[in-house]
Design a protein around this ligand. Structure first.
Ligand code: TLP
Length: 339
């Protein structure tokens, strides 16, 4: 099967399995796992922040930031199709007790003027705006890159209003590699950032939340409260270190594969692209095939290719380490055949 459902599907590489096997571990709840400590130091340095925390998932990293910055009854500004709002089971309300103030972006980028006017003024009727969340790359816009210029403007609005900015950077390394920038070119415009090790970077488990010491201390306590204090988790961190040191530059290949897919899809009568991919996600409009998403995905599966439904008349194909350029050619043949 050629599995294009998500880049979360990657299997740990040989180097990761070896590092996991050989990892030196300790009890991380006591702060004594040397491999976890090494990963957190490395992540803080790479992301240009004071401190970092290893967390079980991207969702947990995002939620710890919301819990760390906000109090129940606050309002947070989120993009209308951001993962934090769209895909995290209402956790911001269920766990942190905050309400979302939703702004529709263009390819994931919110208009800084709209962000500015969404910030609440001091009024007894209003909730306090306590966080602005950005997502880069933006998943539901097809892995699109939110520009550093847009981020800078929003960060300036936030600083004027003394509001922190969090980036859901599940795929921020994809943005950096595809735009030929340093990851810190992006993270300079946020107070905290969550990056996933378990997507294009290939690790089996884990994300990192980076920010200042005060936030990370709060996040550490919230992680424990939520049952996320792991013990000899250095086995997971060992793989995470391989992700950060050996798997970042190769993301460029995933982007090449996505472009190849996109080019071929543009040539297939009946299919069209939502937009040309910036990184490793391709969203395809299938409406003109007159098949339902379910029918289309089942037909594709019969041809040995897996993809996911991505809203009415749209499917998502995501490239990653475990699909080769040959697999991409086969996936193109399968698409041609079923259409
Ligand atoms: N995204 C998954 C699904 O949840 C949709 C995927 O297959 O793309 N932020 C962003 C931008 C994400 O895309 C995801 C996962 C997360 C956060 C959450 O990460 P996990 O799954 O580790 O909680």
């Amino acid at each position: 099967m050629i599995d294009l459902r998500s880049d979360t599907l990657t299997q740990p590489t040989k180097r990761m399995r070896q590092a996991i096997f050989e990892a030196t571990v300790g009890d991380d709840v006591y702060g004594e796992d040397p491999t976890i400590n090494q990963l957190e130091e490395l992540a803080a340095e790479m992301l240009g922040k004071e401190d970092a925390l290893f967390v079980t998932s991207g969702t947990q990293g995002n939620q710890l930031a919301v819990l760390g910055y906000c109090s129940p009854g606050d309002e947070i500004i989120v993009e209308s199709e951001s993962h934090i709002f769209f895909y995290e089971g209402g956790a911001i309300s269920a766990l942190a007790g905050v309400q979302p103030r939703v702004i529709k972006g263009i390819k994931g980028a919110m208009d800084p003027k709209e962000v500015k006017s969404a910030v609440r003024s001091e009024d007894i009727h209003f909730p306090d705006t306590s966080l602005i969340c950005l997502e880069n790359t933006h998943n539901r816009s097809g892995g699109s890159i939110v520009s550093t210029e847009n981020m800078k403007e929003i960060f300036e609005v936030a600083k004027q209003a003394s509001i922190p900015v969090h980036i859901d950077g599940a795929r921020l390394f994809n943005a950096a590699v595809a735009s030929n920038k340093k990851v810190t070119d992006y993270t300079q415009y946020c107070d905290s950032v969550q990056v996933c090790l378990s997507k294009g970077l290939g690790s089996p488990v884990g994300s990192l939340l980076a920010g200042n010491k005060e936030l990370i201390q709060k996040a550490r306590k919230w992680r424990k409260r939520l049952g996320g204090g792991l013990r000899q988790a250095g086995f997971l961190a060992a793989s995470g270190i391989i992700s950060l040191t050996e798997m970042v530059d190769r993301l460029a290949e995933d982007h090449e594969k996505a472009l190849r897919l996109a080019d071929a899809i543009e040539e297939i009568n009946g299919l069209s692209l939502k937009n040309r991919p910036d990184t490793n996600i391709v969203i395809v409009n299938i409406e003109k095939t007159h098949k339902s998403n379910e029918e289309f995905l089942n037909d594709l599966k019969r041809e040995g290719v897996l993809a996911v439904s991505f809203g009415e008349g749209q499917i998502r194909l995501t490239t990653h380490y475990d699909v080769s350029f040959e697999d991409i050619e086969q996936a193109i043949s399968a698409l041609k055949k079923i259409v």
